[in-house]
Write a protein that binds this ligand. Structure first.
Ligand SMILES: Nc1nc2c(ncn2[C@@H]2O[C@H](COP(=O)(O)OP(=O)(O)OP(=O)(O)O)[C@@H](O)[C@H]2O)c(=O)[nH]1
Length: 452
């Protein structure tokens, strides 16, 4: 069994697989993140920065490392080893939460935004509205203007995920610098053609944003009537299907416009969505009418709240959001053609309905050898980080009294000890991957090989 140094365990779990990428955003992200969890002892050839003989966080890195230490819990302090320079006595995370609303053209983003802005939630919301084109149409449709929302900022003539990404950074920085204390939440509505990945990366890659703002969650609207058409769209090689990507990155999915189609169509669309993202919570609705706590304050990127996400696949779609009478069973999420294996305590789901982007979840009892898990995840991300869109996990680590939670977006990942395992609690590992061309058997085999 590899020894587990508790200082590593107590330190945040941050990995960074470095390799060549043609994507400048990812390159920038890579070089700005100190790997803590991934620390192969002498594998410079893997291009991980080894820190095994160094303090976990070097003084010069403290400002950047701040981003990863947020996930510490009080329980983590018990695992702090002597000599570690990482303080677990961290102040509460009081950064301003930001929600990204995405979804294909016409799916109901602005309608949802209006619902949020006109509802009685007591939050002061700043809105960043991104429209592709010079004329601001959505801005004039947003209720905020008439009801006096704290701010509504338009980002026109470009898409947030590409040309105006720098503008997003500047805009958030300006909001924070000039209006801090005057709003509680930022809502960003993307264009219908936005790929959410670079927007998510912005929250981690840009210090200007990171220090004051945290990504709360990605909410994706899906048009019940037209979604299949866009999901079917076969793009040229190397071009992403934005409709698929928007679903893949979501923490919350809203199947909207259900008034326009029949129940069988909605059910089959939901199956398809589940095949792409088995991690997000999902609701069906009309005119974006969802409870606000479904979309705001969800902690989709909050390590302390990962549990609900990794359990999402087992949770059922919210019945309150639709009134017809039907039975929900396992088939609702997994009834389509997919492999479903059960080996004693272990099982994995491999959704193969949509070739390309899919989700795989692994659930198994037992405790992980942290060193092996480091190596496995590190090597996996080294090879596949472009394809692995999101990961979330709740792990049982050998020798650690606390559950270990982690999440990642491509090659950025972070983790930390969470609450203590209960005395009678089954130490179950749960890990979910969403990405392209995932091989569930390979993932499960790799993961199980890390068990003690
Ligand atoms: N029938 C029906 N219409 C809806 C529903 N939700 C929104 N709409 C209408 O669909 C149209 C598009 O809605 P928007 O909220 O503007 O969609 P959007 O995603 O912001 O659109 P883009 O900005 O073009 O990407 C509007 O006319 C809405 O009133 C719904 O549940 N049912």
């Amino acid at each position: 069994m590899a020894s587990i140094s508790l200082d590593i365990a107590a330190a945040t779990f941050v990995g960074l697989a470095r390799r060549h990428s043609t994507n400048p955003i990812y390159n920038r992200v890579r070089t700005s993140f100190p790997p803590l969890f991934l620390r192969p002892k002498c594998h410079d050839n893997l291009n991980f920065r080894s820190i095994s003989t160094q303090p976990r966080i070097l003084p010069s890195e403290l400002s950047k490392s701040k981003r990863f230490s947020r996930g510490f819990t009080a329980a983590a302090a018990t695992a702090q080893a002597e000599g570690s320079d990482v303080s677990t006595q961290l102040p509460p995370d009081d950064r301003i939460p930001a929600t990204v609303i995405t979804g294909f053209l016409g799916s109901g983003k602005t309608t949802l935004l209006n619902h949020i802005l006109t509802a009685d939630h007591g939050k002061r919301i700043a809105v960043i509205e991104n429209e592709y084109g010079e004329v601001d149409i959505d801005g004039s449709l947003v209720a905020a203007k008439s009801i006096g929302s704290e701010d509504i900022v338009m980002l026109n003539n470009g898409c947030l995920c590409c040309t105006v990404r720098g503008d997003l950074v500047r805009m958030i920085a300006e909001l924070v610098n000039t209006k801090k204390g005057r709003f509680d939440h930022i809502v960003i509505e993307t264009t219908g053609l936005a790929n959410p990945a670079p927007i998510i990366q912005t929250f981690y890659a840009e210090d200007q944003i990171f220090n004051d703002v945290k990504l709360d969650g990605v909410v994706t609207l899906v048009d019940a009537k037209h979604a299949n058409f866009h999901l079917d769209d076969v793009k040229p090689k190397g071009v992403v299907n934005e409709a698929v990507e928007q679903i893949a990155y979501a923490d919350r999915i809203i199947v909207n416009k259900t008034d326009l189609v029949g129940e069988p169509q909605v059910a089959s669309l939901i199956q398809r969505i589940r095949s792409i993202n088995g991690l997000a919570n999902l609701k069906r609705t009309q005119f974006g009418k969802v409870d606000l706590d479904y979309v705001l304050g969800i902690g989709g990127f909050d390590l302390e709240r990962i549990e609900s996400a990794v359990n999402a696949e087992d949770s059922e779609e919210d019945h309150a959001s639709h009134s017809h009478d039907h039975e929900h069973d396992h088939d609702l999420h997994h009834g389509h053609d997919h492999k479903h294996e059960h080996h004693d305590d272990h099982h994995s789901h491999d959704h193969t309905h949509d070739p390309g982007v899919s989700s795989v979840s692994i659930v198994c009892e037992g405790s992980l050898d942290l060193e092996k898990a480091n190596m496995w995840l590190g090597t996996l991300l080294l090879d596949r980080s472009d394809d692995i869109y999101r990961m979330k996990g709740l792990l049982s680590v050998e020798g650690m009294e606390e559950r270990f939670v982690f999440q990642g977006v491509h090659d950025i990942f972070q983790g930390s000890p969470d609450r203590l395992w209960g005395p009678d609690e089954q130490r179950t590992n749960k890990i979910v991957f969403i990405g392209k061309n995932l091989n569930s058997q390979e993932l499960e085999k790799g993961f199980k090989a890390c068990l003690i």
